[in-house]
Design a protein around this ligand. Structure first.
Ligand code: PLP
Length: 443
């Protein structure tokens, strides 16, 4: 297909510099396995699972067939006051995979909706148990929880927040970021830090607000969108203990770490910590069709059901027209079956080691490289910014890699590779060598 087969004038691209894009469009028209075909007929290897979504690789027949079959059986059904069979089956499967008593699934359509849903559950739950004064949320600097006003407010990426002013939620605070500059190079292991990154939470933030006013703390187990920053060893366990001590709910945003990225079902399993709510999206359907959700511990649901209101009254005034859409849920069931059948989570763990080794052996010592972090099936190379032009070096490198047939992800001045779990060593070599060439060229 030639570029002039379509007009790029009407589509306003998300999280994209549109002015530059229109000068040099990058348009996919087909995908299979590890590769895309572009509008100008080139093959591009998908080094980022298409934004952390496509764990099983592209164009997987079992998922496609399940969607087609579902379309011919029950295309859509109202989600309120009635339900569809696929939503129950998908919820059962997801709950069975989740650790501890994370058993109740609220479906939505995206990671952003999952963030807002989990925050609303937290407020409603505390109110139901007579603690309505608990209405403060704590996020973390450089956290990403999507683009709804709730998720944006607890999120900590400055560019995503700065023009929204007082529209951000008022009763929100942020913990300090988790990156220790002494741990610039992390090679397939949890970083160990001399710094106590939770001291400030305990000694300043919680006393400032009074812990009994705090509804929930929300974190990504690994800071994905910021550029694959890993929590210091023991951090999440201690965060769990602090929350327990003060009756604060702990929410893990596992939109990236959920469903295999760490080599386990969830980041919660990798770190051995069970949150009170676990947000998911992306890999649950292999990215093929939108689906998100929040898995809640039994106590949240049980508390909300323990109401004196008559039985015809709704217990939680929240939901989306497409909550538990039958086609999305059928896709999720097929996707999760496929991950299991092909052993793709353990495979992600194994290939993560190969990716990490390749990053450290190839990038260390290249011009402008100031850090390398690898754990799970994702790795990041951090570059010194160009003076006065933050983000430009990584963006230029991203463009160059794309021209050379490799899709990588720029995040500030970090470049991340997080391929599908079906990745082979040859793809990793191609991705890493292409990125190394570009890093040298942009010295
Ligand atoms: C941790 C996390 N939460 C939430 C989101 C938002 O998800 P969505 O873009 O589906 O709304 C993302 C997206 O990358 C994410 O990484």
């Amino acid at each position: 297909m030639a570029y002039n087969d379509f007009d790029t004038g009407n589509h306003w691209l998300p999280f994209t510099p549109n002015r530059h894009f229109k000068k040099e469009p990058r348009v996919f028209v087909a995908a299979d396995g590890m590769h895309f075909t572009t509008h100008d007929g080139r093959q591009v290897v998908d080094g980022i699972s298409s934004l952390w979504c496509v764990g099983a690789g592209h164009n997987r027949k079992p998922i496609n067939e399940a969607i087609k079959k579902q379309l011919d059986t029950l295309d859509y059904a109202t989600a309120f006051n009635a339900a569809n069979d696929q939503a129950f089956l998908a919820a059962q499967k997801i709950a069975a995979m989740a650790p501890g008593d994370l058993n109740k699934v609220l479906f939505c359509n995206s990671g952003s909706e999952a963030a807002d849903t989990s925050m609303k559950v937290a407020l409603a739950y505390h109110r139901a148990r007579g603690e309505g004064h608990r209405n403060i949320f704590i996020g973390r600097e450089r956290g990403y929880h999507g683009v709804g006003f709730g998720g944006m407010s607890v999120g900590g990426i400055p560019a995503n927040r700065k023009v929204y002013g007082t529209a951000l939620l008022p009763r929100v605070d942020h913990m300090r970021f988790i990156h220790d500059p002494a741990n610039a190079y992390i090679h397939n292991q949890e970083p160990v830090s001399q710094e106590d990154y939770l001291l400030e939470l305990e000694q300043r933030i919680l006393p400032l607000h009074s812990p009994e006013n705090v509804a929930a703390i929300i974190v990504e187990p690994v800071a994905g969108s910021a550029g694959w920053y890993l929590p210091p060893k023991g951090y999440l366990k201690r965060l769990r203990e602090i929350c327990d001590k003060h009756g604060i709910l702990l929410i893990f945003d596992e939109v990236i770490t959920g469903f295999g990225r760490m080599g386990t079902s969830f980041g919660a399993d990798f770190y051995g910590v069970v949150p009170d709510m676990l947000n998911f999206a992306k890999c649950v359907t292999n990215g093929v069709i939108p689906l998100g959700g929040v898995i809640c511990r039994d106590k949240l649901y049980d508390t909300m059901m323990k109401t004196d209101a008559p039985e015809h009254v709704i217990e939680f005034f929240h939901g989306y027209t497409y909550s538990g859409h039958p086609v999305s849920c059928a896709a999720a069931i097929a996707t999760l079956d496929l991950y299991q059948k092909e052993g793709l989570f353990p495979r992600a763990g194994e290939m993560g080691k190969v990716l990490g080794d390749a990053f450290h052996s190839t990038f260390k010592g290249l011009p402008n490289v100031v850090g390398i972090r690898s754990l799970g099936l994702a790795a990041a190379v951090e570059l010194a910014p160009i003076a006065g032009l933050p983000g430009k070096r990584a963006y230029d490198i991203y463009l160059d890699c794309f021209r050379k047939g490799a899709l990588v992800r720029p995040a500030g001045d970090v470049v991340v590779i997080a391929p599908p779990y079906v990745v082979e060593k040859s793809h990793i070599d191609q991705l890493v060598n292409t990125l190394a060439d570009s890093i040298r060229q942009h010295a």
